[in-house]
Design a protein around this ligand. Structure first.
Ligand SMILES: [Zn+2]
Length: 277
């Protein structure tokens, strides 16, 4: 242990890299300070010491603003570490945006995120076969089984996510957060429509969620554009005579008139289910 006892700061303070996830950054800080296999208690000891992590919490939710994101859109730190192999080869750090549950394809490289990385003692199941540690993984292992989506899904994902990802990469967290709100709204609406759509009209259930939603958007010819007009524009496109579609429209319109925050989506997703059953 090489921390200077007289200083409130750790002796070595590696620079936090662009969009680096707080939790794996803290592991990196611990290793830089002579702890080759950090424990969670080490991480929590370092957290309040560093200005860039002092306001973070141990749940590990990604943060781009003072406003917390809805729980359905983020994962805690024990969940799998998703990553883009091309981004990881360029710079070996875990990005905060990969902790969003509905972010499935990197729009910088058009590669589907993989999930076989782990951080010792933090990631659930880190001892399982097939897991690689963030600090040890080779380029070849990062690329194992990497997949690019088909062109239709690529276009859909590009429209949904590239604006947000570009703002993150450009170092504009507040702009990225503002954009992300619209993306999450559209993702939630598409999820709700998929839930209310007969399985026979969707791609197979074992297809990735992003693939199924891209297929759904193509089938109904939805135009998705995450901006300040996106909600009204999207609702005007929902014209199918299916009763669940009408219910979705009504509930979403209700949410718009009486905003109750992002959690409202969860509420009407369940109500749609009730109405469709
Ligand atoms: Zn990438």
């Amino acid at each position: 242990m090489t921390i200077c006892a007289a200083s409130p700061l750790p002796l070595c303070r590696p620079k936090r890299l662009p969009d680096e996830w707080t939790e794996t950054y803290l592991f990196r800080v611990a290793r830089a300070n002579g702890i080759p296999r950090p424990r969670l208690s080490d991480i929590e000891r370092f957290r309040p010491m560093l200005p860039v992590t002092a306001s973070s919490k141990s749940d590990g939710y990604p943060v781009w603003s003072d406003t917390p994101l809805p729980r359905w859109s983020v994962v805690t730190r024990v969940n799998k570490i998703w990553y883009c192999p091309a981004c990881m080869v360029e710079s070996r750090h875990i990005r905060s945006r990969w902790r969003l549950t509905v972010f499935e394809v990197c729009t910088l490289h058009q590669i589907r995120l993989k999930d076989n990385l782990a951080e010792r003692v933090m990631t659930r199941g880190y001892k399982q076969d097939g897991k690689y540690f963030v600090t040890d993984v080779s380029d070849e292992q990062l690329w194992e089984g990497a997949v690019c989506p088909m062109p239709g899904e690529r276009e859909h994902v590009e429209r949904m996510w590239s604006g947000f990802e570009q703002l993150v990469v450009q170092g504009d967290p507040s702009g990225a957060f503002e954009h992300l709100v619209y993306v999450l709204f559209l993702e939630a609406l598409l999820d709700a429509i998929a839930y209310a759509t007969p399985e026979s009209d969707l791609l197979p259930i074992d297809a990735p969620r992003s693939t199924r939603l891209a297929g759904l958007a193509a089938k109904y010819q939805f135009t998705v554009a995450p901006d300040s007009n996106c909600i009204g524009d999207f609702l005007r496109q929902i014209t199918a005579p299916h009763i669940a579609m009408q219910r979705l429209h009504d509930y979403a319109a209700c949410c718009l008139m009486k905003p109750r925050g992002p959690h409202a989506f969860r509420v009407y997703r369940f109500r749609i289910c009730e109405g469709a059953s």
